[in-house]
Design a protein around this ligand. Structure first.
Ligand code: ZN
Length: 163
């Protein structure tokens, strides 16, 4: 007998992966220790400091930690470590993993990687329908994951996996 897939499941072909909580917690501890590569910054713009853990813009008056994060591990041609922000205070990890984060529909680029961490496709995100663009990138069977990055500064924002 054929099982019908509920539409709620069918509509979400991807899974948003925010920064792991343990990485955010470690960054806060290292910043507290005064490490020079973990800068504590007071936010002065409503759309300049994306927190990779709660996937929201940090708001003016809040503090964030700026630190280097290895989004693509060493040992590959596309290995990459770059600067990211997390809230200095504990925040709730983004939980709506079947939904594209509403704060980041603008100003992102997608990079599709294969299982060997090679970039195999890339595009600037169309804010009107990033969901369709993610689905299109995953139509390539070689796409293992997609990284969303800042289109201007290039910084890693979050990862997207197949649902
Ligand atoms: Zn946060």
């Amino acid at each position: 007998m054929k099982t019908l897939t509920p539409k709620a499941f069918a509509s979400s072909a991807f899974r948003i992966v925010p920064l792991p909580t343990e990485v955010a917690e470690e960054a806060r501890q290292v910043a507290d220790s005064g490490a020079p590569d973990h800068a504590v910054i007071k936010v002065d713009s409503a759309t300049g400091y994306p927190c990779r853990h709660c996937l929201r813009w940090a708001q003016p008056g809040e503090r964030v930690i700026l630190f280097p994060y290895t989004s693509i591990p060493p040992g590959h041609a596309y290995s990459e470590t770059g600067p990211i922000f997390v809230h200095a205070q504990p925040c709730e990890r983004y939980g709506a993993t079947g939904e594209y984060p509403p704060d980041f529909r603008n100003g992102r680029a997608f990079r599709a990687y294969d299982a060997d961490y090679n970039i195999i496709d890339a595009q600037i995100v169309n804010e009107n329908n990033p969901e369709a663009e993610i689905e299109k990138l995953f139509q390539n069977p070689k796409t293992e994951f997609v990284d969303a990055r800042s289109v201007t500064r290039g910084c890693f924002t979050f990862r997207i996996l197949r649902a």
